[in-house]
Each structure stands twice: as C-alpha cells, then as structure tokens.
Design a protein around this ligand. Structure first.
Ligand code: PMP
Length: 437
C-alpha cells in the first residue's frame, strides 16, 4: 500500500515521509495501521479532530444528514443544516463580538479563510500591504505564503508572493530583541508603534495584521498576553484590522473556546477552519459588520456550502460546549505538561515545555552546546526526528514543528482521558530514553 502510493504521489507529499503508515481504522484517540498496530494519535488531523476519530455524535450527524434527503451540494444557498451551523457558532462567540458580526463561508481550507480575510481587509481599507509575524503559518497558497513567517517555503518562489511586512513575534527565551519577559514585550510593541506612526520607517499603513494567538506550526509559541493586548490597542488606534487566525487554536484546543479570549481581546476578522468542520473541510471568516464592504458575489466559490461539514461541525461544537471540553483540554493539558516538566528535570535535552491546553510543544535542544540565549540551548532537529521515530515504534503519533523542526507537538483530541494522557507521557519518556541511548 505504502510503496504503491509513494510511486504515484508528488514529491510534495509531507506527512507520509515521517509517518510511514497505511491507516485502516480509527476510533477516539486511536488509529490502527495495515500491520495491525494500534497508535495513540497526537496529531489528530493537525489539530482538526477535536472529538477524535469517528465520534458517535459526528457519525450520527453525518448519517442523519445523508438519510434526510436534504441536498448535499447547495453552493451557498440556505438550508436548515447551514442555519443550525451559523446559529450555533454565533451563540458560541463572545456576545459583544457576535452581536455586530457577519459570517462568510470560504473555500474548504484554512488557507482559503486567510485569503478571504486578507481580501476583505484590503477591500475595506483600500490598502495593499499585510503584516505577518516571524514564525507564523497561515497556509501554502500564494497569498498566505506572503505572510509565512519562515523563508524556506517561499524561497523557490523568489522570496515573497505578495505585498507583506514581517514583524518579530515575541516569546520569552527566544525574544527577537534578546530581551526576556516584560522588556521583550515592550520592545515588540514599541517597534509596531514606530512602524505605524513614523513616516521615516518606510512602512506604509497596512491593510491588516494577521496573528496567531498561539503559533502552532511555528513551534507552539504562545504570544505574551500583554503583547496581544498592546497589538489590539495599536491596531485599533491606527485603524488597521486585526485578523486573528484561529484555524488551529479555535474550538477549545487552548483551554478556551477561542484562544483570543485568553487575552481578553477580540478580533476584527476571525478565521476558523479545522475543528469547525468536525473533520470535514470547511472554513469561515467572521468579522465586524462595518467591514462588510463586499459587493454581492465579491467572494464567490463553488464549494462554500459543504452540508456534511456543517452538520459534523455543529455536532462537534455542541459536544464541546455541552461537555465543557475547553475546560477538559485545560485540565488534560496541565496533566501532560506536568509529566513533561518532570521529564525535563531529568533530561537536559528537553529545553522547554510550553503551550496552553492541548496544544503543547516540547523543544528538543542540544545539551552539549552552550545556551544561545539565557535558558535556551540550540535546537536539535536531528534528535527530535530520532525521537519521533522512537515514538512511532511505541505506538505514538506526533508531529514536529518550529525552527529546525525541533519542537515536538502534542495535539491530541480534546476528548483524551487522564489515563490516555499518562500513557502518552510514558511512551514519550521511553522513546526519549531510547533516542538518547
Ligand atoms: N492557519 C493556521 C494557524 C494553521 O495551523 C493552518 C494549517 N496548519 C492553516 C492556517 C492553513 O490551513 P490549511 O492547511 O487547511 O490550508
């Protein structure tokens, strides 16, 4: 199975390279491969499967929709399935934001949602340039690559793919200004303020700033709350729409239903995908109604009404809210973080353990090298890859991210139990010891 696919598929294939499995069955946090081995899935569709694989609510919602005789393809025409989806989503959003918000369905992927957000902000402001942040990830299309906070994927395209500025994204030990904690936050905000106010900076007022509250692919980096609040204050003061990319963080993963709630801020444009489709392709932008400058048909597309994804997404959101899976994610995340910090205390190659809720990153560092900055040794991507292989041997699927691919990312389904968290930590510790041996 694996070899046949390898021969046919493009060289661009990604996950199958480091997770060379042919998957045959799935339930909850578990996946089974064609050799019969059972795996705990801490990738969960890159953070998509909030309820895990084949959750009974999602399966029942899909079956009911299929059996109902409702049309499955409707462009963006109205159906009861769509009505329920929109009503439930608006009920879950912070009321102050929802009261004055509009929704637009986009193409099926997270990148489609970001494309729409950028286009809307450009249309509303009449400006071109978009600001992104170092380490950010918003997709692999031309427009989203422009604000990719990592040069590697855009190098073959001649560097950039659109009119964009990149700014530093502060985080304690890796503060781009070499300043930890509060001083780094102040430096980061001062830089943004200068760019927005000083004509000598050479930076034109941007159409939007696009930010992840917690960077995912960039290596699980939570932005300092005070920096997020400052970013919100400055963008508002200068009339720059703030786009918050909650493609990965949305729907409970960080311990809040939406990650921006952690900072007590609200976006001007919110982008949701992944979990919002319950495992099926869907993305939406939800934005302040005064930004709704689009003329009819200004953001058309054939596949903006995936009924099955809306049904699965509604079932997912209802279960998350009914069972308070955001709070459960916070508790399970704290439990896993506790195990990982204990491992850090005995293994110097565990440089950092971080992340809110069930979005946790473990930075693997080279313990033989002196710290590049106080507290953080250089990343060790080779050891992280060896560790990922050892995890796979022990039935644990994890993905890597961050600079040099040295951050092991834990994104288990939100329904993961305490026993499963303990099992994940045990397998990870055993894999780390084997990788070091
Ligand atoms: N934004 C964020 C924060 C993401 O994590 C991702 C995907 N990992 C995207 C956008 C792009 O989503 P997609 O892969 O569906 O285009």
């Amino acid at each position: 199975l694996l070899r046949r696919q390898e021969a046919r598929e493009s060289n661009a294939r990604s996950y199958p390279r480091r997770i060379p499995l042919a998957l045959t069955q799935a339930h909850g946090v578990y996946l089974r491969d064609s050799a019969g081995q059972l795996f705990i899935d801490c990738l969960a569709g890159a953070g998509t499967l909030a309820l895990g694989h084949n959750h009974p609510d999602v399966v029942a919602a899909l079956r009911a929709t299929l059996d109902s005789g409702l049309p499955l393809h409707t462009l963006d025409l109205t159906t009861p399935v769509k009505d329920r989806f929109v009503e439930d989503l608006f009920a879950a959003l912070p009321p102050g934001f929802a009261r004055h918000a509009r929704i637009q369905f986009c193409g099926p992927t997270g990148a489609d949602g970001i494309e729409a957000a950028i286009k809307l902000a450009r249309t509303a402001t009449g400006r071109r340039t978009v600001v992104g942040f170092a380490g950010g990830y918003h997709g692999m299309t031309q427009g989203t690559l422009a604000i990719m906070g990592n040069l590697e994927p855009k190098r073959p395209l001649g560097g950039g793919t659109g009119d964009a500025h990149m700014l530093p994204y502060p985080y304690d030990a890796r503060c781009p200004f070499g300043l930890g904690g509060e001083a780094g936050v102040d430096a980061g905000l001062a830089m943004i303020e200068q760019l927005l106010t000083d004509p000598e900076s050479g930076v034109v007022t941007p159409a939007a700033m696009v930010v992840e509250v917690v960077q995912g692919e960039g290596g699980v980096i939570p932005a300092p709350i005070r920096w997020l609040q400052g970013l919100r204050r400055l963008t508002r003061a200068h009339g720059v729409p703030l786009v918050i990319d909650e493609v990965q963080t949305g729907l409970g993963r960080t311990g809040h239903l939406f990650a921006f709630e952690r900072a007590g801020i609200e976006p001007d444009i919110l982008v949701l995908s992944k979990a919002i489709g319950g495992g099926l392709p869907l993305s939406v932008v939800v934005y302040r109604e005064d930004l709704d400058v689009w003329s009819p048909g200004a953001h058309a597309g054939t596949f903006r009404g995936n009924q099955l994804a809306m049904a699965a997404g509604t079932a997912t959101l209802r279960r998350i809210r009914a069972d308070r899976l955001d709070e459960h994610a916070a508790a399970m995340g704290a439990r896993l973080t506790g195990h990982l910090r204990a491992l850090q205390a005995e293994q110097p190659c565990v440089g950092d353990v971080r992340g809110p809720g069930l979005m946790i990153g473990v930075e693997i560092v080279d313990e033989r090298m002196p710290p590049a900055r106080p507290g953080l040794r250089p990343a060790d991507g080779a050891l992280a890859r060896a560790l990922q292989r050892r995890c796979l041997e022990r039935g644990l699927i994890l993905e890597l991210g961050g600079r040099h691919g040295a951050v092991v990312r834990f994104l288990p389904p939100l329904i993961v139990s305490a026993e499963e968290i303990d099992e994940i930590a045990d397998r990870f510790a055993s894999a780390l010891r084997a990788a070091l041996a």
